[in-house]
Design a protein around this ligand. Structure first.
Ligand SMILES: [Fe+2]
Length: 457
């Protein structure tokens, strides 16, 4: 492959997406190919390294099953899971109604679908080791309104740092509940310990190679679903746990750190008699309203510049709606004015309006609409400004591309010349060696001739 191919292969691979019908798929794959190619170029990826990576991903797939999801673990430990959670939260909280919602964090690889639904206040520990802990709180909207009937999945490790699915076939320290009419929930379980993510697979090998520890701070998982609200996946972290500053999956958020308050043996808040010290944890869950049509909004953004992407698109839509309102208002007033003139009636506002009657107001209204349209046209550039800017950008990109190609060509020419120089140097060294050897032979011959001559004399 020539050096030119090494660059243009990226364009060629992206061009093969021209038949893709799903715009979101096309956008994601285009970026993936571009970044993947750039990564390979940046690190000068060798075939051996690439085959090692493929082997690593194959091993990761082989570790996945009903109870183990090594790919989620890989995504978690590389920080990608948490990054996608942050992006989703940022999108969701753009709306004012979503502000104040409980922060989300990673789901992790230990969610087990189908946990038993239990009565509020039940003990879900099911015999796992650990000090008893009573968890309680309310599920509300961001404005504090109670959400009744919310489905709450909870799961955690035991005091030894193990999940039920790591120790057997039975679900333990895991259940689901429904919030009551006041949005309240409560249950008993154990105080969890900090624990390492599984390190007996390819992700463990990767962490060791990176020189990283594999620990997560102590936490309890929550997954909350309620009609009309965005699903929430989150944790409550133990404020006294180790590793809050270096979670192996980057999942800690300050707002999710809760207090495990210790109590002596006695009567618990729910009236239960507890024969040993126990903990209470208060953790409210505030849900954001469900976005109305995230798919439509996303597709609009995927159409790219000139198609109303993101906030710019929203601004233009708002402006268009405002102009439509003004136009409709002006038309309505125009019609009313015509009707009044036809009936010979005077405008009821005539004497109250400074500077004239309905006709003048109508002119002013029309002028206002016209000014609004002109402003919108100037701001949007009628699409022409955006296109010109895009054209300029493309021109710059082409020039950068050309310069980059020239630099790489130059670099390769220098490399070739350097190699030729090295070859000539090697040849020169060989010749020098031969000359030295010939000189030595000549010296020997001269010495022998001298000895012979001396003997003869
Ligand atoms: Fe966990």
């Amino acid at each position: 492959m020539s050096e030119q191919d090494r660059l243009t292969i990226t364009k060629a691979a992206i061009a093969r997406l021209s038949g893709a019908k799903d715009p979101r798929f096309k956008r994601v794959m285009t970026a993936l190919i571009r970044h993947l190619h750039e990564f390979a170029r940046e690190v000068e990826l060798t075939e051996e390294e690439w085959m090692t990576a493929i082997g690593f991903l194959t091993d990761t797939g082989k570790m996945c099953g009903g109870k183990r999801q090594e790919f989620i673990l890989l995504s978690d430990t590389l920080g990608v899971s948490m990054l996608t959670v942050m992006l989703a939260q940022a999108r969701a909280t753009r709306g004012r109604a979503s502000r104040g919602a409980t922060e989300a964090t990673v789901q992790g690889p230990f969610f087990w679908e189908g946990a038993p639904e239990m009565a509020l206040g039940a003990d879900i520990a099911n015999g796992v080791a650990g000090e008893p802990a009573f968890y309680r709180g309310r599920v509300t909207s961001t404005r504090g309104a109670p959400i009744a009937g919310a489905l709450i999945d909870v799961w955690s490790v035991d005091a030894g740092g193990l999940y039920d699915m790591q120790t057997g076939e039975e679900m333990r320290a895991r259940a689901k509940f429904r919030s009551d009419r006041e949005g309240r929930y409560s249950f008993w379980s154990v105080r969890p310990a900090h624990y390492p993510v599984p390190t007996d697979g390819p992700v463990g090998r990767m962490l060791r190679a990176m020189g990283r520890h594999a620990y997560r701070p102590a936490h309890v998982h929550f997954m909350v679903r309620a009609k009309g609200y965005a699903p929430l996946v989150t944790h409550v972290f133990d404020s006294r746990s180790k590793y809050l500053d270096s979670d192996a999956v980057f999942g800690v958020r300050d707002s999710l750190i809760g207090k495990f308050t210790k109590h002596p043996a006695g009567t618990a808040p729910d009236g239960r008699r507890i024969p040993s010290p126990y903990y209470t944890v208060d953790f409210d869950l505030r849900l954001a309203p469900q976005a109305k049509s995230p798919t439509r909004r996303r597709c609009r953004a995927d159409r790219g510049p000139g198609h109303g992407a993101g906030e710019e698109g929203d601004r233009r839509q708002g402006e268009a709606a405002r102009l439509a309102d003004l136009r409709a208002d002006a038309t309505r007033r125009d019609r009313l004015s015509r009707e009044r003139r036809r009936r010979g009636a005077r405008s009821p506002c005539r004497h109250r309006t400074r500077g004239g009657g309905a006709r003048e107001r109508l002119h002013r209204r029309r002028a206002q609409v016209h000014r609004g349209e002109q402003q919108a046209h100037r701001r949007n550039g009628g699409g022409g400004e955006a296109r010109r800017a895009q054209g300029r950008l493309m021109g710059v990109a082409e020039r950068v591309w050309g310069a980059l190609t020239a630099v790489i060509k130059l670099e390769d020419r220098v490399t070739r010349q350097s190699e030729a120089l090295k070859a000539q140097q090697t040849k020169l060294e060989d010749l020098t060696g031969r000359i030295i050897r010939l000189e030595a032979q000549l010296e020997l011959l001269t010495s022998a001739a001298l000895v012979k001559r001396l003997k003869g004399s």
